[in-house]
Design a protein around this ligand. Sequence first.
Ligand SMILES: [Mg+2]
Length: 304
Amino acid sequence: MTTSEHAPAPHRAAARRSLEALALGDAFGERWFPLFRKPKEAYEQVRARRMPEEPDWHWTDDTAMALGIQRVLDQYGEIRQQELAESFALIYDADPARGYGYGMHQLLPRVLTEPAGWRRLAADLFEGQGSLGNGAAMRVAPLGAWFAHDLQRVVQQAELSAQVTHAHPDGGAGAVAVAVAAALSVRGELDLRTIAESTPEGAVRDGLERAVDVPFTTEPWRAADLLGNGQRIRADDTVPFALWSAARHPDDLVAALWTTAEGFGDVDTTCAITGGVVGARTGTDAVPAAWLERREPVPGGPAA
Ligand SMILES: [Mg+2]
């Protein structure tokens, strides 16, 4: 039925590493929102690299949707769009209070009642433009890790995964960029120029091309100023800085997450992206135990 019978075995272990680190970034990043501490306090704490003291770091919609992708990959070995739409809708329905954005609150309850209508429902969002938000990018790193042996497949599968909720080309381009980054990370080849060249033309690729020219000696807050920090919750405003941070620290997940946090903005999502990409290579073994104890467990572990 599929062409995957003779394909190389997926990188299940790398995908799991990516998912665990994505959830860590998501839960860590979430701590810096004004809901939990005043912006000035958050700024000083991040600059001083002081771990958030709260005992429970819950992950949010970024991880919930990544789990939706993981379940489809586990079951079918590739993205099947209607099954993915249903997976997202069921996970949303089980806990809608995970911090989903406006578009997903509109879309996923409708998909739950009409799974076969996902394509029309996604295209109808935002007055028929489709979503260009960062939601397709934030959840996709484990997919890139899964198909790391075949970059063309990474691009194709990432696009399929994005279309289910993000019909606007920029939403899809964000997913392609992050998935390619995760695949390159698994291979030890993380490189912003290669990611940019693999990304469809448009605002996300333009941002990645700008990121190539930002030296890694640049202060993270300044890089976020130049590249965007997700404040507008668009893919092109989120993905370039998150991937710049990942490429700055390809072998150090904790350093990568602190760098990303310094950008603030949509910080759970930028940290989820950076975490999923770097963690696809490093895993979470070098992360302080106190961080891992605080982070809400991710269903489906331990790592394969
Ligand atoms: Mg979130």
